[in-house]
Design a protein around this ligand. Structure first.
Ligand code: FAD
Ligand code: NAI
Length: 475
């Protein structure tokens, strides 16, 4: 007889393992299945985020930032370092050990919460008495039944038609995190989040990086003022960014890769690279689920169709994270995982899509939450704007990083904060205050009246809030 669980979670990325933990906290019997293998064939839970996404990319961003600092910025602090050299093997090895610490941490958490972990691929067999029969194959072979099933199978990198990833010359995010020798010339297709983050890493480590983007507008989803500032800074750092291009037929050779493209003026170009990162978005992943056999509904782009509560078309089958609509972000997947576990328990789990923050971990960092100025203009929403430059912030001056600004958009009548946009040092951390205020439907004046420690970067948030009312104190 198959083992029966209250909840079976397929996928142990941030959506899946967090759903499993929350369900276990609520007293349910939980199984979690994940197929990811580490270099030795063992389990490596954490999904894209832990293995080839958020965590390793941030490890490389940090290491390459240190390298850039020691080479270009230590001298201004009076620290003279001679003979700096790069040990790329050590740098990549450190990244791998950061990944392993996270894999091990998740295995520990699953055990601590008495979740039964299966290392293998989980797929639906059929609907049976008591729930859904799930077959597990791979490292483990087993048949189990879940009264509820939570699908959290994530996403995969999108390929350019006719140019499959070989991870040697044509790199997805996976290969982009594992280049053994710094390429002389690195091409990046797509000036999105991965293109800019990974482009920055390899630029800092010494590559000549060219980014080719199809859209005419740089970072179209970002507040225009921030996007403009970012393009100016990234270009000054040395990223060659070409917007509005149309790719021709890309040819891979023995040692390099040739990328022809036409620019906005219609002029033809041909660039030759040692390696090419293709970062043109991601596609939902449902491989091995046997979705068709049980009639699980997918949309025309391959996403599992869910309602607002993450319910699929099948009874007691839920789906969360990258495999369903909405932003492909780890924290969005986690929030959905928690909400689904609570809904299974009969509670009213909730995810507020209006307050999901975004961060691009370039230098300077970019972060935002809520609406952009162009969105407010387009919808005719009357608003007030206030901004404050890090140039006028004492802590930023002490840090030696005064690029960028904080911008707050508030309702013209009620003063409710509608959007916050930051480009500058530690923007990833600063945005949390904005999210909190927006969750509580707070006003710009609320931020302005809160006591912020001095000297901190967060004072720029307070000053931007004061600027909404045209009364900055330090600018
Ligand atoms: P995933 O993390 O993709 O996990 C899915 C898991 O399910 C995988 O382990 C997979 O092996 C497993 N699986 C799939 N099918 C089966 C099956 N049939 N049986 C068993 N197991 C299966 N987001 C952020 O918020 N911040 C960042 O800084 C950030 N950086 C990123 C950097 C890069 C380079 C990339 C590629 C992504 C980044 N993301 C970031 C996005 C983030 O990684 C994803 O949004 C997040 O991982 C989605 O979580 P998930 O649980 O839905 O899916
Ligand atoms: P993306 O959607 O951010 O950017 C893809 C870019 O490629 C777009 O600008 C698009 O216009 C462009 N593009 C598409 N087709 C093209 C073509 N044929 N030629 C030239 N350009 C083309 O996708 P990306 O960077 O691949 O990242 C995928 C997702 O992973 C992100 O959307 C995000 O959800 C997640 N992610 C999040 C991070 C974070 O939170 N810091 C970091 C990295 C990834």
């Amino acid at each position: 007889m198959s083992t029966q669980f209250d909840v079976v979670v397929i996928g142990a990325g941030p959506g899946g393992y967090i759903a499993a933990i929350r369900a276990a906290q609520l007293g349910m019997s939980v199984a979690c299945i994940d197929a990811w293998q580490n270099g030795q064939g063992g389990p490596a839970p954490g999904g894209t985020c832990t293995n080839v996404g958020c965590i390793p990319s941030k490890a490389l961003l940090q290491s390459s930032e240190h390298y850039d600092q020691v080479n270009h910025h230590f001298a201004e602090h009076g620290i003279e370092v001679k003979g700096v050299s790069l040990n790329l093997e050590q740098l990549l090895g450190r990244k791998n050990s950061v990944v392993k610490q996270n894999n091990d941490g998740i295995l520990y958490l699953l055990k601590k919460n008495k979740i039964t972990f299966f290392h293998g691929k989980g797929g639906f067999t059929s609907e049976v008495e008591g729930g859904w029969a799930i077959h597990i194959s791979g490292t483990t072979t087993a048949d189990i039944v879940g009264k509820h099933v939570v699908i959290a199978t994530g996403s995969a990198a999108r390929e350019l038609p006719g140019l499959p990833f070989d991870e040697q010359q044509v790199l997805s995010n996976d290969g982009a995190l594992n280049i053994a020798i710094v390429p002389k010339k690195l091409g990046v297709i797509g000036a999105g989040v991965i293109g800019l983050e990974m482009g920055s890493v390899w630029l800092r480590l010494g590559a000549e990086v060219t980014v080719l983007e199809a859209m005419p507008e740089f970072l179209a989803a970002v507040d225009t003022q921030v996007a403009k500032e970012a393009l100016k800074i990234f270009t000054k750092q040395g990223l060659a960014i070409h917007m509005g291009i149309k790719l021709g037929e890309i040819k891979t050779g023995a040692k390099n890769i040739t990328v022809p493209y036409i620019d906005t003026a219609g002029t033809e170009h041909k660039l030759v690279f040692d390696k090419l990162i293709v970062s043109i978005g991601r596609v939902p992943y449902t491989g091995g689920l046997n979705a068709e056999a049980v009639g699980l509904q997918l949309d025309d782009r391959g996403f599992i169709v869910v309602d607002r509560e993450c319910k699929t078309n099948l009874p007691n089958v839920w789906a969360v994270g990258d495999v369903v609509r909405g932003p492909m972000l780890a924290h969005k997947a986690e929030e959905e995982g928690v909400a689904v576990a609570e809904r299974i328990d009969g509670q009213h789990g909730h995810v507020n899509f209006n307050t999901i923050p975004w961060v691009i971990y370039t230098s300077p960092e970019i972060s935002w939450v809520g609406q952009t100025e162009q969105q407010l203009k387009a919808s005719g929403h009357a608003y007030k704007a206030g901004s404050f430059p890090f140039l006028a912030n004492g802590r930023a001056r002490a840090l030696g990083d005064t690029t960028g600004f904080v911008k707050i958009l508030a309702d013209a009548v009620t003063d409710e904060v509608l959007g916050v946009h930051i480009i500058g040092p530690m923007a990833s951390e600063l945005i949390a205050e904005a999210v909190t205020i927006m969750e509580f439907k707070g006003a710009a004046e609320d931020i302005a009246r809160i006591c912020h420690a001095h000297p901190t970067l967060s004072e720029s948030m307070k000053e931007a809030a004061l600027a909404v009312d045209k009364r900055t104190l330090n600018f």
